[in-house]
Each structure stands twice: as structure tokens, then as C-alpha cells.
Design a protein around this ligand. Sequence first.
Ligand SMILES: Nc1ncnc2c1ncn2[C@@H]1O[C@H](COP(=O)(O)OP(=O)(O)OP(=O)(O)O)[C@@H](O)[C@H]1O
Ligand SMILES: [Mg+2]
Length: 225
Amino acid sequence: MTAIQLEFVEKVFNPGRPNEFAALKEVSLEVPEGSAIVIAGPSGSGKTTLLSVIGLMSRPTAGRIRILGKETTLLSERFRTLFRRHHIGFLFQQFNLIPDLTSLENLSLVLYPDAPSLSELHKKGMQLLARFGLKEKAHVRASILSGGEKQRLAMARALMADPEILLIDEPTANLDTKLSREIVEIFKQLHGEGKTLIITSHDPIIMESDLPEQVLRMRDGRLGK
Ligand SMILES: Nc1ncnc2c1ncn2[C@@H]1O[C@H](COP(=O)(O)OP(=O)(O)OP(=O)(O)O)[C@@H](O)[C@H]1O
Ligand SMILES: [Mg+2]
């Protein structure tokens, strides 16, 4: 099955205003389920914007987006939120952790609105913290974690709902070489588990690893080879 299918997607910010800006232009893309692709491109070329429309965080101005076979552009905001929560995990460029909550609380929050029970949530959260070597940090505030630890916590959070699709924005931008290699290993494992990964990055450690099946390039809002 196709995990992600975009047809002529456009995203225009501030349409009709003097500061109108077309961040995505005629973007078409087809990502088979279980594949890993990297999207490279200069700053401002539209990479984060592309992930945000694929992840149903923002609506395209034109075009169609199909996720796991479901046409999403015409869905109500409520359905888009539900769909995203169950099928898509994000690793944001800025992590977006809540600094005053503990690691475990940051994880629990993801599923909170429709979680089975708090103890299930904590169990799942602790499993993921253990997987990413953060068990001892379960009850410390996220604000005191190191950069690499924040990165791994954000990865754990993206996996809380066990989503099929992971959208990952410049994961190694703030990491040294060793931590970057570690994160690539984590992505390879997830790929091996059948997840579909879309990663934006121009880091050679990622692009030249054996992780991506395809490297695509963005320039001025257009996606190409
Ligand atoms: N809400 C917005 N309103 C107006 N313009 C925006 C908005 N969000 C993004 N843009 C513009 O769209 C363009 C693409 O931004 P985007 O964040 O997608 O780039 P990027 O490729 O992720 O860059 P970077 O590598 O620096 O993260 C930029 O010129 C940005 O200023
Ligand atoms: Mg970006």
C-alpha cells in the first residue's frame, strides 16, 4: 500500500495579502509503506512546511493528500486530529517538549485524551524510556535533559501511539557526530520494524547512511530529484 500520496500540493501563506508567500508549489510525492526517504534542501525551501501538511498539522491551499489510503484534505479538523494522533508521529526540529513536565509526563500527555488508563500509559511510557536509555530520567523535568536526551525523549514521544508513519525534521541538527550516528541506528531499527519514515536533513551522516531508499531535494517550494 502507499503510505503517503501527494498530488499537486500547494501551500500559500497569507494569500491575497502583500506578504503572500508560496512555500509549496505543485508538490507530488508517493511514498510506499515501510520505506524511508530523506528530503534535503536549503533553509527556507519548504521542508518543515511539507512535513506539516503531510502530518495534517496544516491544510494545503490546493492539491490532494492521501495518508494510508485515506483522502485527508476534506476531513474535518476533528477527524484530522484523531487520524494524526493514531497514525503519525512527529519529531520536531525544536523538540517541542514541555519543559516543566517530567519525561514520563511528556510521554503520557500524547495519548491522554483517549488513553485506556493512566497505568497503561505509564507502562507504555516506561517501556519507551527504557528503549531509549532514559529510564533513570523518567521523573526529572524535561528542561534539565541534555540535547541528546531531549532528542531521544522526543523520539519516544513520537512512538507513544505506535504510529505507522514518522515525520522527522532535521533530527541531527543539534547533535554531535556520535549522537547523530546513534539516532541513525534508531531510525534503522524503526525502518526494520516496518515504519514509514520521512526525514528532512542535509546531514551527510543521514544522507550517506544506508537508511534512505531515496533522497529528494526541495528548492523554492518545489520537490525534485
Ligand atoms: N506561517 C508562515 N507565514 C508566512 N511564511 C511562512 C510561514 N511559515 C513558513 N513560512 C515561510 O515559508 C518558507 C519555508 O519555510 P520552512 O520552515 O518550510 O523552510 P525549511 O526548508 O524547513 O527551512 P529550515 O531548513 O531553515 O528549517 C520560508 O521562507 C518561511 O519564511
Ligand atoms: Mg525547517
